[in-house]
Write a protein that binds this ligand. Structure first.
Ligand code: HEC
Length: 316
């Protein structure tokens, strides 16, 4: 090939690559600031924290540096019965989610109300803060916005945590890390498609559902059921625990790997988990020498299995 032709080809390639980079970087088809965040978008950001994947606060992906989701059934100050609310508790030093750090990503209206009525600008990461999602009207339209309950209701992380028991706490942020770390997205999606998928897996997400989740874990290739609404199909914690310990306990031909190691070394009572014994008894069961499989241990309150189950059951 003559050198001249080679030069023409190289230049054309440069123009094509440059042109496509230009389109990708400078001509985004969607400006997220124009998309008002939905209630789902706000809740996702608040429950997952700053980053729902690998991050500097949590380099080994153990679920550290994440907020807690607390279900409040009574006013933590007065003890009065209230309609249950989800409170997102950021203890001192826990990095705030992107929506609090950069309110403009919540989109027009949601940003304004969160700053003016919700007073999120007053929240301090060093002191810690508690957020809730509230409903309001902006230019005649009903919208949801973030309220800094530490400023508006004097709910501090300490007050909240001392008013509830562990049964009302969900480690959803840490659980999302487990979902990413364990590669659940290798087989499962969190994205029902806009096809007949709806009938099986429920509604696909909407645009404003993603304003402050970083990064999303939509999955790419589906080898197993979509999980976006799995908590609505199956809300049994017991089933989830059995299925994660060994999927074959509940679905005899499942190809899903077992995630028993997320239980760690001790169970909820502090007794060490004897995996070899469990396995031997399970083998007897599959060989027909036992009527029932061995019991799945109750995971410790701060085990990775508990985080994962809290995350999965919250997918509604
Ligand atoms: C090798 C592929 C694979 C991986 C990896 C995998 N799964 Fe699964 N999963 C499946 C298959 C296949 C099913 C359907 C059969 C069954 O229920 O076991 C399933 C079922 C499920 C269900 C029940 C779905 C329903 O519609 O009721 C849940 C919940 C689930 N998986 C969660 C997870 C989580 C969380 C992870 C990561 C910790 C994970 N899976 C990793 C293949 C996988």
């Amino acid at each position: 090939m003559a050198f001249r032709e080679y030069k023409i080809g190289a230049r054309l390639f440069g123009v094509a690559l440059g042109g496509s980079m230009m389109i990708t970087l400078y001509m985004p088809s969607l400006n997220i600031v124009e998309v008002g965040s939905t209630e789902m978008g706000l809740r996702k950001g608040l429950q997952y924290g700053r980053i729902g994947g690998f991050s500097i606060e949590d380099p080994f992906m153990k679920g550290e540096g994440k907020p807690l989701t607390v279900i409040l059934k009574q006013d933590p100050r007065t003890g009065e019965q209230i309609e249950p609310v989800y409170a997102y508790v950021y203890k001192s030093g826990i990095p705030f989610t992107s929506a609090i750090r950069h309110p403009r990503i919540m989109g027009k209206g949601v940003e304004d109300m969160s700053l003016e009525t919700g007073r999120i600008g007053e929240a301090s990461q060093d002191a810690g803060a508690v957020f809730v999602v509230s409903e309001g009207r902006w230019q005649g339209k009903k919208i949801h916005y973030i309220e800094n309950a530490t400023a508006t209701r004097d709910w501090t992380p300490d007050v909240i945590m001392s008013s509830v028991t562990d049964a009302d706490v969900r480690y959803i942020g840490a659980g999302k890390i487990m979902f990413v770390k364990e590669g659940c997205w290798w087989c499962h999606t969190l994205l029902p498609e806009e096809t007949q998928d709806w009938q099986v897996f429920g509604a696909p997400p909407r645009l404003g559902d993603f304003n402050s989740e970083s990064p999303t874990a939509l999955g790419s290739d589906r080898k197993a059921p979509d999980l976006l609404h799995v908590g609505s199909r199956n809300s049994s914690r017991e089933w989830m625990l059995m299925h994660f310990f060994n999927p074959r306990l509940v679905q005899p031909h499942s190809i899903m790997p077992r995630f028993d190691y997320l239980w760690g070394s001790v169970d909820a009572q502090g007794n060490s988990i004897d995996y070899a014994k469990w396995r031997a008894e399970y083998n007897e069961y599959t060989a027909g020498e036992r009527v029932y499989p061995p019991d799945v241990p109750e995971p410790a309150a701060n085990s990775q299995a508990r985080y994962l189950v809290d995350f999965v059951l919250n997918l509604k």
